[in-house]
Design a protein around this ligand. Structure first.
Ligand SMILES: [Zn+2]
Ligand SMILES: [Zn+2]
Ligand SMILES: [Zn+2]
Length: 299
């Protein structure tokens, strides 16, 4: 559910809209159910599913926005708008987790017995709703579909844990199990928040995309016919999918424009083979006094 940005397949806006409404309605049911059964573990699962439905809602909205082409206001287009969505979701989940964990600590100190039968019913509902989604996505084979179905498996496991705790509490009165499970679910939520924020900030800080081997890429460009050396190499990613690169290539002064065209085409095809769709190459000769000779050289 929008937790992984790689290799997203084109999904129709209609599918995302349906998934958003289903998740959102389910999260509301859980929230009311959590309050009604007095169970904090249900509440933390509700928080997680609420986060999932916001990311679906954001994905639904952004499908319209990020598809917009570049204009004179945003020369790169609107793809990075998805990062705002990721940060927004992280803030919601962080704040929600703080509230839930605070409630858990209170209940560990002063235990309150939740309604085990109600928890059981909600857990069954959670397993059905999330399990149906897993089965539907099982067919997918792309990296993103696998990441999403793995995430859905985790969602089902969260509900299985609630189910087990509700059964145990039906036989023995151990109210502390509920806040303990809730803290476990909160740690899982926060781990996902950390992972998503890390990926988001790597993009904002213009980190070299981890799926590009920059040293091999540089070597291949250096080995391109008629390229004497390269420098001022910069490589970053727009949104985790579209990679951008710029570099200076030193060539012999007698190189004709036709030959330059051939070199440029070769460099760009090397870049494309490394997953870079947007490369800008500047040619210069050794005699030229370039201001950026010491910028962006790695070895
Ligand atoms: Zn989830
Ligand atoms: Zn230069
Ligand atoms: Zn530079």
């Amino acid at each position: 559910m929008g937790h992984d940005h790689h290799h997203t397949h084109d999904t129709s806006t209609g599918n995302i809209r349906v998934a958003f409404f289903l998740n959102f309605i389910f999260a509301i049911i859980e929230l009311i159910g959590g309050i009604y059964t007095n169970s904090v573990s249900i509440l933390s699962d509700a928080l997680h599913d609420f986060g999932d439905s916001i990311s679906l809602g954001v994905a639904w909205y952004l499908q319209k926005v990020s598809a917009r082409r570049s204009d004179r206001f945003y020369s790169y287009g609107y793809k990075r708008f998805s990062l705002i969505g990721a940060i927004f979701i992280s803030v919601v989940l962080l704040a929600g987790s703080v509230v839930v964990i605070k409630e858990c600590i209170g209940r560990i100190i002063e235990p309150q017995m939740p309604d085990a039968a109600g928890m059981f019913v909600l857990a069954i509902l959670g397993i059905i709703v999330n399990g149906a989604a897993v089965i539907r996505l099982k067919r997918g084979s792309s990296l993103n579909e696998r990441a999403v179905s793995l995430h859905m498996m985790e969602d089902v496991l969260g509900w299985v844990a609630v189910l087990i705790v509700s059964i145990v509490m039906h036989f023995v009165e151990w109210p502390i199990l509920d806040p303990l499970l809730s803290i476990g679910i909160s740690i899982w939520i926060l781990t996902n928040v950390y992972r998503n924020l890390k990926a988001t900030f790597h993009i904002l800080l213009q980190k070299v995309p981890s799926d590009v081997d920059i040293e091999r890429l540089e070597e291949e460009i250096r080995n391109t016919d008629r390229v004497l050396s390269i420098h001022d190499v910069h490589l970053w990613t727009l949104d985790g999918e579209e990679n951008i690169m710029s570099l200076h290539a030193v060539i012999a002064p007698e190189t004709t424009l036709d030959e330059q065209y051939t070199i440029k085409t070769q460099i760009k095809s090397v870049c494309a083979s490394h997953g870079i769709d947007h490369a800008t190459v500047e040619f210069e000769t050794e005699e030229e006094a370039c201001m950026q000779t010491n910028c962006g050289t790695f070895y």
